[in-house]
Design a protein around this ligand. Structure first.
Ligand code: F6R
Length: 261
């Protein structure tokens, strides 16, 4: 696991966008794993900026999102399919038909989840998956207690996550759907490169567990310790509980530019 403690949002945007651009440079037909939430937004904005400047094209790429609320109407602005369109995919040249997300309106949820996992495999697997992390250590919507071997399925959001996400629903946690479909931890672990982004002190406990804690279903993100290629891109506040922060800083500072991604 590589931990990069950045100077803040601008550096996160640059390093995160570099990861996507280097991948698309060597593999224009790459499969991208996209997350919603606040954490990836500076990276998405930077990708849009580079795309508009002609520096990167997504025309050959395919994308899969991590999760979706259950039951939100198709035109609801907080439906993750709509969120990812307005935050990224409608602003770049990816083919809309190649942007996939779990179907939160499916009648047969189990079948839709199995089909989603199969579609990812069929596309060749995710090359680069961007992830946020919840204050309770969730990735995608794998809440504490999730099976470390889980596949895409329905989950119940915790009260904490509904409070955290209430800002997108007029400040009312009750307005946040109680259920979601989410890629499982084992599904996420099959991506070839995982890029986890977190900022702010509220994420510092989760980041501490992710990087330096024991692997446990109580802190689902800790499963990433078993992945061979994880980049943790954080600011100083999110890094504030890391025992080895000086070591991570030193390691990244001495890394030759050609070895970065
Ligand atoms: C959203 C997702 C969630 C978020 C997490 C952090 O697709 O997968 O795991 O990444 O809840 O959310 P933010 O980035 O809003 O703090």
């Amino acid at each position: 696991m590589e931990v990069i403690i950045t100077s803040g949002p601008d550096e996160i945007a640059t390093i995160g966008a570099d990861a996507f651009c280097h991948l698309l440079d060597r593999k224009p037909e790459a499969v991208l794993g996209l997350a919603t939430g606040s954490s990836p937004l500076t990276i998405y904005d930077e990708l849009v900026r580079r795309h508009e400047a002609g520096a990167v094209s997504f025309a050959g790429a395919t994308a899969f999102t991590l999760d979706e609320y259950v039951g939100l109407p198709a035109d609801h602005p907080q439906r993750y399919r709509n969120v990812i369109a307005s935050e990224l995919t409608d602003r770049i040249d990816i083919h809309p038909g190649r942007v996939h997300g779990p179907d939160g309106l499916a009648e047969d949820i189990a079948a839709a989840c199995a089909a989603y996992d199969a579609a990812i495999v069929q596309a060749g697997g995710v090359d680069l998956q961007i992830l946020g992390i919840g204050t309770d250590g969730h990735i995608a919507f794998n809440e504490p207690g999730s099976s470390l071997a889980s596949r895409t399925r329905i989950k119940t959001l915790t009260a904490q996550t509904r409070v955290d996400n209430a800002r997108f629903f007029g400040g009312d946690p009750e307005a946040v759907p109680q259920h979601c479909l989410t890629q499982g931890l084992a599904t996420i672990m099959e991506a070839r490169h995982l890029l986890l982004v977190a900022t702010g002190r509220a994420k510092s406990e989760a980041i501490h567990h992710l990087v330096e804690g024991a692997v446990s279903a109580m802190w689902p993100a800790t499963i990433l310790q078993h992945h061979p290629k994880v980049t943790v891109l954080i600011d100083a506040a999110a890094a504030s509980r890391l025992a080895l922060s000086d070591y991570y800083r030193e390691t990244y500072a001495s890394k030759p530019a050609w070895q970065r991604f």
